[in-house]
Design a protein around this ligand. Structure first.
Ligand SMILES: [Zn+2]
Length: 382
């Protein structure tokens, strides 16, 4: 057997600790397991933290959109604001347009317009313009585990996040068969969609976990046939909450009489809203309106510092409102209709918690998401 150790990292989007606790999943193969506190934000925040070991304020990634009219790549889209909502809001129209736009702007990262209204888009710039997994992908200039592997010349495999899961599983297995592999990073993201569409209690979620169990068993067995040691690390970025209520924050803001784009600008994500103020008094009026909303709260500066979301220049918002776990801001700029599952609530809520499981008896599950990078780094000799 020529090959010695293979480190196999498997990222499973939205596979929360609570969901893992309710299912049988590689229990015999990966006995060392535990909860991992997530990072405040969505996958666009969590994934850079996994790859770099840095908090959001340091890697510079948070939600996709931030207020910056001077640098907005979306100014040319302003005329589309005149389209009737039935056309402009259609998911397929937006998907096609997102693809065309990403091509024209030369973006290599994950790019989606979601449901951001065309009249609002020219206020915003986009944070994930580059592919996180390629050199120079991180806004803050930090190195990722992929950068480390490239620099150290470690023979490695990394999934292409643009491809469907079966393709990534097949390409990993083909690469293992070639031999000489030392480190692999498998990216599995489709359970996130199942959880959003059906909630955490659906039989489809259990079926998806059983499918992952089966597929990963086969990959591990194949790797073990070739390598003396296969060290497996399976982890997620965050959990998922079942949506139990919605909150119409935009209606609440309209009732203040403040004008979007004149007095203030807001980005309504699915679970949080972020505000920037343009006129005197707009901040106080906004705070009064948000404090009257019973299903969430304004995060204090101490909260943001604790979450590592105290961004230089308050780039991602002067104030952040976060909905209570299970409450969906709806309609938002991310979606117009309610869906059964959502994440992106405060990280210390149990439904937000991510998971970590391994067969490496010498490794303890990290307390928080930024602890995964040091573990991967140590695998290839830090
Ligand atoms: Zn998601």
């Amino acid at each position: 057997m020529a090959d010695t150790t293979l480190t196999l990292c498997v990222f499973i989007d939205a596979f929360g600790w609570r969901i893992l606790e309710r299912h049988e999943f590689l229990g015999d193969l990966l006995p060392v397991r535990g909860p991992v506190e997530t990072i405040f934000g969505y996958s666009s925040t969590c994934d850079p933290t996994i790859l770099t070991g840095k908090l959001p304020r340091d890697h510079g990634h948070f939600s996709f959109f931030y207020y910056s009219p001077a640098t907005s790549p979306f100014r040319a889209l302003r005329p589309l604001g005149l389209l009737p909502e039935a056309v402009a809001g259609r998911a397929r129209v937006r998907r096609v347009l997102s693809r065309l736009l990403a091509g024209r702007l030369g973006y290599t990262g994950y790019f989606q317009l979601y449901s951001v209204p065309f009249w609002a888009l020219p206020q915003f710039d986009y944070s994930e313009k580059r592919d996180l997994y390629q050199p120079g992908g991180i806004n803050g200039g930090c190195t990722t585990i992929m950068d480390d592997l490239r620099r150290m010349g470690v023979p490695h495999y990394c999934s292409d996040w643009r491809l469907p899961e079966p393709d990534n599983l097949a390409s990993l297995r083909a690469r293992i068969d070639q031999g000489g592999l030392r480190f692999a990073y498998l990216y599995l993201a489709s359970m996130d969609g199942v959880l959003h569409a059906h909630g955490t209690q659906s039989a489809l979620v259990s079926r998806k976990i059983a499918e992952y169990d089966r597929e990963l068993r086969a990959v591990i067995a194949q790797a073990q046939a070739r390598h003396e040691r296969v060290r497996v690390f399976v982890f997620s970025d965050h959990g998922m909450a079942d949506v139990t209520a919605t909150c119409d924050l935009q209606a609440r803001m309209r009732s203040t009489g403040l004008r979007f784009g004149k007095d203030y600008v807001a980005m309504y994500d699915s679970t949080m809203a972020r505000f920037w103020f343009l006129t005197e008094g707009a901040r106080a009026a906004t705070e009064r309106a948000l404090e009257a909303e019973p299903q969430g709260r304004i995060l204090s500066d101490a909260d943001l510092a604790r979450f590592g979301c105290d961004f230089p220049g308050r780039k991602y918002g002067e104030i952040f409102f976060v909905a209570d776990s299970g409450v969906l801001i709806c309609p938002s700029f991310m979606g117009l209709r309610p869906i059964p599952g959502m994440h992106g609530y405060v990280p210390d809520h149990p439904d937000s918690t991510a998971m970590f499981a391994t067969n490496a008896e010498d490794v303890a599950p990290p307390a928080r998401l930024d602890g995964i990078y040091p573990i991967m780094r140590a695998e290839v000799g830090a």
